[in-house]
Each structure stands twice: as C-alpha cells, then as structure tokens.
Design a protein around this ligand. Structure first.
Ligand code: PGA
Length: 256
C-alpha cells in the first residue's frame, strides 16, 4: 500500500556515552546544524546528563529523551528512575524496550508494556523498540517475533495515546555492527509492524503511527532507508555521537 510521507522523527540514542559536560558540548555543536530541520529532532541521553541536555537545548528545536524508565512511581527499586521523575527534569521522550535492555538487563515484552504504560500515564512520548535477533531472522520467524513484541507492548494502550507513541524497528543484528538491514528488509518489517497495529486497533491508527528504523543508520545510508514508504525516521546510535553525521541524517529526513 502506498503511504503518504509523514513528518520524520530522528532520535539519537546516545546509550552510555557523554558526561554532562560532554553533553553540553555536543548539543551546542548540533544546535546550529539542525536549526532549520523540518523533522522532529530528539537526543536521548544518559540519566545524569539530562539536566545538562535540557539546559543546552533551551531555545532550540531539539527535544530531550531518556533511555528507560521504571513502571512504578516510587519505591524500593534501587537504581531505577520513574516516569514522573523524568517529567520533572524536563524530558519529553523516553526509549522503552531497547534491545540492549532486553539482552543485558532482563527486559521482557511484559516489562516493556509496564514501562510504556507508566511513561504514557506520565504524559511522556514513548519510542518503543522491537526487533529480531540474527538467529530469529535466519530461522524465518522475524514476523512472528515482531507480532508478539508489538502485541504485548501495546496491551492495554488506548488509541488516545497513539499521538505519543513511535515504534522503532531495530533488528538486533544490525545494532552497532555496521550491518544495516537493506532498505527492503527494513521496510518490510516496518510494514509488518503496521499490519500488527491494524489487527490490534485499526487502519487509521496504523497509518498514522510513525515507525523508525534503527541499526547502523548513518549519513551515507539514511537517504535510502528514509525513502521507504513505511519508514518514518531513525533511531541512531553511533552516528548520533558525531554532530555532523547526525545533522546530515536530520537534513536527509527534512528533505524527504
Ligand atoms: P547504532 O544503534 O546506530 O549504533 O546501530 C542504534 C540503536 O541501538 O538504537
């Protein structure tokens, strides 16, 4: 199905990189490079760098996101941060269910759902990540895995929350590996995610939701990926740590 192009959403996932002072420096470098962007520009920074980021983006078109949040408002959860706490720092976005959290920190589809519901209840915008491993792709179960991840992540999510949700399709085998999914592979997976939303909700919500691709997206391959009809943006790791590279992706997304 031919889809109309939506305003793109380009988010940097800085992962465990950049101290507060380094955050200020990178954002100051980035600001003039993306000031005329015709797409949403977000930087998702480490918790301790949020204040520096919120301060640095003031007066600019860049929004700040976090990389995780807990599902409870407060309590005995050592090392965790609640969605309410994030709101008070001035964060507007949060990444939920990144594959590194699934892989290294015991995140499951169920906890992704709990975190997503808490973030939406706190009025945060959510970037919810899904994606298959290499083993799953090679054994032909990519669609099945994506369907299950989407179905459980969206359990109990109201249609009225959809304007705050972006899905990021991130094939695990393409993250940080330099191996990008081909634009056809990426688009097919994003189209499948949209079909899951049709099944769970309806065609209108499925058409309206923005789906990002993530996994070794960079200045050189962004155009081809963003040209695909079902890809509405990017979640960018490595290339988001260099202002010029990230700005180039923003430029491509703006021109699309
Ligand atoms: P990458 O990371 O661009 O470095 O592959 C993407 C991500 O993990 O969000």
């Amino acid at each position: 199905m031919a889809r109309e192009k939506k305003r793109a959403i380009i988010a940097g996932n800085w992962k465990m990189n950049k101290t507060p002072s380094e955050t200020t420096a990178l954002i100051n470098e980035l600001k003039p490079l993306v000031e005329n962007a015709d797409c949403d520009v977000i930087v998702c920074v480490p918790f301790v760098s949020i204040s520096a980021a919120v301060e640095a983006v003031k007066g600019s078109n860049i929004k700040v996101g976090a990389q995780n949040c807990h599902w409870e408002q407060s309590g005995a959860f050592t090392g965790e941060i609640s969605a309410q706490m994030l709101c008070e720092t001035g964060v507007e976005y949060v990444i939920i269910g990144h594959s590194e959290r699934r892989q290294y920190f015991g995140e499951t589809n169920k906890t992704v759902n709990k975190r997503m519901r808490a973030a939406l209840a706190a009025d945060l915008n959510v970037i919810v990540c899904v994606g298959e491993t290499l083993e799953q792709r090679e054994s032909g179960v990519t669609e099945e895995i994506l369907s299950e991840q989407v179905k459980i992540a969206f359990c109990g999510i109201e249609p009225s929350d959809f304007d705050k949700i972006t899905v990021a399709y991130e094939p695990v085998w393409a993250i940080g590996t330099g191996k990008t999914a081909t634009s056809e592979q990426a688009n097919a997976a994003c189209a499948h995610i949209r079909d899951c939303i049709v099944e769970l909700y309806n065609l209108r919500l499925a058409n309206d939701i923005r789906i990002q691709y993530g996994g070794s997206m960079n200045a050189a391959n962004a155009q081809q990926l963003l040209d695909e009809p079902d890809i509405n943006g990017g979640l960018i790791g490595g290339a988001a740590l260099k202002a010029a590279d990230f700005a180039k992706i923003v430029e491509v997304a703006s021109a699309n």
